[in-house]
Design a protein around this ligand. Structure first.
Ligand SMILES: Nc1ncnc2c1ncn2[C@@H]1O[C@H](COP(=O)(O)OP(=O)(O)O)[C@@H](O)[C@H]1O
Ligand SMILES: [Mg+2]
Length: 261
């Protein structure tokens, strides 16, 4: 009986999302549920709306219509007397902590060491005592294979190491869901594996993850579900094997052929 899974509540629920930039429709009727512990890989051509969708989930961008629930809360709004009320910036900042974002460019502070980059959030935002936070950060650095790099500055680290620091920095805020936007696209090919290995470990630990990636091998091995986006819509989705090996849609087939060369 696999019924247990069917009764879980989604941890991210996206309903009928629409977003435009001027006259350009970047997201069209996007609906997607992601369940606790699930790894969902988002694939699709450049410009199909993948980044914008992630940015809406963690409220770096705001949709024109539709709704997103994260961990049981409606993003950006409260509902009272049947009406939507915009949340304060402070409330939105609090909500944003539920999702940890890892970008294509690592966005580390160049003047801070690896440890300082990671410890900043827990101390300044979560108001954790610095000594306790630093201890936890050391453990996180060990988890991403960088125990000996705590005192290094970003310029002294490879791209793969910097990206692993960025992952540790997001994890230090104890997010419920991790969002990855092409985390290996800016890396030299020989550094991709070390970052994917950390992401694999994270997935195995039960973290809920939404991953935009062109790494189809990773998607096939790690993703529970693959979602193909095309011109702002979800064109098809399903188990990784199904979408990647037996895509139903011609556009998915064309995209996969292009990526595989
Ligand atoms: N801030 C913005 N203003 C105007 N157009 C944008 C903006 N952000 C993204 N776009 C456009 O929206 C489309 C989708 O972008 P994006 O979400 O980045 O797609 P993807 O991540 O799949 O490449 C692209 O055509 C892009 O040029
Ligand atoms: Mg993008």
């Amino acid at each position: 009986m696999t019924g247990a899974a069917d009764h879980r509540n989604p941890i991210v629920s996206i309903v009928a999302l629409e977003k435009h930039f001027g006259a350009f429709r970047v997201l069209h009727h996007v609906s997607l549920d992601v369940f606790p512990g699930e790894v969902v890989c988002l694939i699709g051509a450049s410009g199909s709306g993948k980044t914008t969708l992630l940015r809406c989930i963690n409220q770096l961008a705001q949709q024109d219509s539709g709704a997103i629930w994260v961990d049981g809360e409606l993003n950006g709004f409260t509902i009272a007397n049947g009406r939507l009320h915009r949340r304060s910036e402070r409330e939105i900042a609090r909500q944003r902590l539920a999702t940890g974002m890892v970008f294509q460019r690592f966005n580390l502070f160049p003047h801070l060491t690896a440890l300082e980059n990671i410890v900043e959030g827990p101390v300044e935002v979560l108001r954790r005592p610095r000594a306790a936070a630093a201890e936890e950060v050391q453990a996180l650095l060990a988890r991403v294979g960088l125990a000996d790099k705590a005192g290094h500055y970003p310029a002294q680290l490879s791209g793969g190491q910097q990206q692993r620091v960025a992952i540790a920095r997001a994890l230090a805020m104890h997010p419920r869901v991790m969002l990855f936007d092409e985390p290996t696209s800016a890396l030299d090919p020989e550094l991709v594996g070390e970052v994917l290995a950390v992401m694999k470990e994270l997935a195995a630990s039960g973290m809920t993850m939404i991953v935009v990636t062109h790494e189809l091998g990773f998607a096939r091995e790690v993703a529970d579900r693959v979602v193909f986006m095309d011109h702002g819509r979800i064109l098809e989705q399903g188990p990784a094997e199904e979408v990647l090996l037996r895509p139903r849609e011609a556009r998915t087939q064309a995209f996969l052929s292009a990526v595989l060369g």
